[in-house]
Each structure stands twice: as C-alpha cells, then as structure tokens.
Design a protein around this ligand. Structure first.
Ligand code: UTP
Length: 293
C-alpha cells in the first residue's frame, strides 16, 4: 500500500483576524508559547513520518522561510554559551524535514492553494494540514489518519462534533458511521444554516487526499467571493471515489483568532512542566484589570 510522504500546508491567507499584527508579521509566525504557530504543524507532520513539507505562501511572508533555514551564526553563538538544549532545538528545525515553498500570487481560496501544489506533490496521496488548527494529542493526528489511509486507500477528512449554533462556521458532512468514529461520506455542505446542516460533524484542518483531488479542483467553479473551496472539490471527488471522515483523538485549538490563540497558549503552557506551576498560580489569582486596554 502506498503511504503518505508529503504534506501541503496552505499559509498564503491574509490573516485579517489578526490585523493589525499581521500587517508586518505573518499569522503563521505569531508565537504560541515559544514557537511560531506553523512550527506545531511541521512538528506534527514530522512526527507522523512525513518527510516533505510544501508550504503555500505569499509575498511578504519571508519570515516563515527564514525560520526553517539553518542559522550557522546563531548555532555558533549558542554553542559558545554552552546552551546545548537550545542548540539542539534550533538544529532540529532545519534538519529533520525538507521544506519547500510555492507562492500563491492571488488568494483565490484554500482549494486553489492546494491545486497549485500539484506539481510538487506529484501523483501520490498526500496530506493537507491547516496550521491554524493546532491539535494536542497522544499520537499525532496525521499519523492516526495515515494508519486509516493504509487500511482503506481513500481520502480521509478529520472531523469533530460542533454545536448546532456553530455549524455555519464549518464544512459539514452528511455521512454514515461504519465503525465508531469512522464514517463514509455521502455529501458535504459548506457553512450551512443550523436548520440545513446534515449532521453536527464539522471538517477541521487535516486531510489525506488522493491525487484525483487535483482534477476535481480544476473543475470546481469559484464561489461567490471568487474563491475555490476545498469542500466543493471534495464533493466532486466523491462522484468518482469513496471519501471517509474520521473523528480524531485529540484536542483542537483554532489558533487563527485572538481568543483561540490565547486558549491554545494557556492549554499548551499548562501541559509543560516548566510553565504550568507559574501559570496556575497566576490564573488562580488573576487580578481584575479595568479601564482602557
Ligand atoms: P483562513 O481564511 O482561515 O485564513 O484560511 P486566513 O485567510 O489566513 O485568515 P483570515 O480569515 O483572513 O483571518 C484557512 C487556511 O488556508 C490558507 C490560509 O493561510 C489558512 O492557513 N489559505 C486561504 C491560503 O493559503 N490561500 C487562500 O487563498 C486562502
């Protein structure tokens, strides 16, 4: 059975929900504790056995490219100061995984971002990871999904249950459960009204896709805002081959909004021995701050 060795990370969006910060700093480079958001996604891919990362980026986001390059001067400095553990962290960043970049000239949607990665991906199954969705789990979510891909040999979408009021923020699947937490997809609806949603299972930012998705996306009409939606592409793929959905094991944070990033920061800090005690003390004695921010 073919395995999955490449991941596409779409990271070309404007990040408007983080303006004005994202005027100068790419959203993916905002710190989540002490790593930029995108680092968590690359780490998850690497820990899932994926060897090649293809980042879809846009003009003005060069900081992301710099981040994954070796930095001999910084390494020499850390070595001279005896900072072995930091040195190892910095070296790991550029040695474990091969990162390449594709520029998306115009932000024509997530489906378009995936489509322009076709040449870099080749005729192989591949993963897509949206960096805003940071997932804490025992076993990396992409690894959980690759296991399932090896069993079923078809596209798999990560889903989670969302409350009725929130379905209009997600792509929602219509599906039949074939084993606990594993579904065969019958259809998909992008951002339905609560009364029109076929289920409460929302698609989140992890996908394993077969290369047929590229043809499907090529034939997908742009939506109202001129964007090619990945959900529409998957609906088209479904006409020619089965697609599955998987309720992953783990806790997802939406680090793509200020409140989500704060929650993710607290949750990750609380999972770290070096930060948890101090943060717990702070949270339990939280001072009330009044007045202008
Ligand atoms: P989002 O819409 O959630 O992110 O796209 P955004 O556009 O960066 O942020 P907001 O909505 O303006 O605050 C989901 C993912 O798809 C990528 C984004 O970078 C993000 O990782 N994307 C979206 C692209 O790469 N290209 C696009 O044309 C659209």
């Amino acid at each position: 059975m073919r395995t999955v060795n490449r991941v596409v990370i779409p990271a070309a969006g404007w990040g408007t929900r983080f303006l004005p910060a994202t005027k100068a700093v790419p959203k993916e480079m905002l710190p989540l504790v002490d790593q930029p958001i995108i680092h968590y996604g690359v780490e998850e891919a690497s820990a899932s056995g994926i060897g090649q990362v293809i980042i879809v980026t846009s003009q003005g986001k060069e900081a992301m490219e710099d981040y994954f390059l070796p930095d001999p001067e910084l390494e020499a400095f850390l070595k001279a100061r005896g900072k072995a553990s930091l040195l190892a962290t910095i070296r790991d960043l550029s040695s474990n995984i091969q990162v390449t970049y594709i520029i998306q000239e115009e932000q024509l949607g997530l489906g378009h971002a995936i489509l322009i990665a076709e040449k870099a991906v080749g005729p192989e199954p591949f993963a897509v990871l949206l960096p805003d969705d940071v997932i804490q789990s025992q076993r990396p979510v992409l690894a959980q999904m690759i296991d399932l891909f090896q069993e079923h040999g078809a596209s798999i979408l990560a889903v989670e249950r969302v409350s009725r009021e929130r379905v209009s923020g997600y792509g929602i699947i219509d599906a039949e459960e074939i084993s606990p937490g594993f579904y065969r997809v019958r259809g998909l609806v992008e951002k339905p009204r609560p009364q029109d949603a076929p289920s409460d299972l929302g698609i989140v930012g992890r996908y394993i896709l077969t290369p047929r998705i590229f043809d499907a996306l090529r034939h997908t009409e742009p939506g109202a805002l001129g964007e090619i939606q990945v959900t529409d592409g998957i609906a088209r793929l479904l006409e020619s081959e089965p697609v599955y959905a998987y309720q992953f094991q783990g806790v997802r944070h939406d680090a793509g909004t200020p409140l989500g990033l704060i929650k993710a920061s607290i949750s990750i800090a609380l999972s770290r021995d070096d930060l948890a005690p101090g943060l717990r003390t702070y949270l339990s004695n939280l001072p009330e701050v009044r007045g202008p921010r």
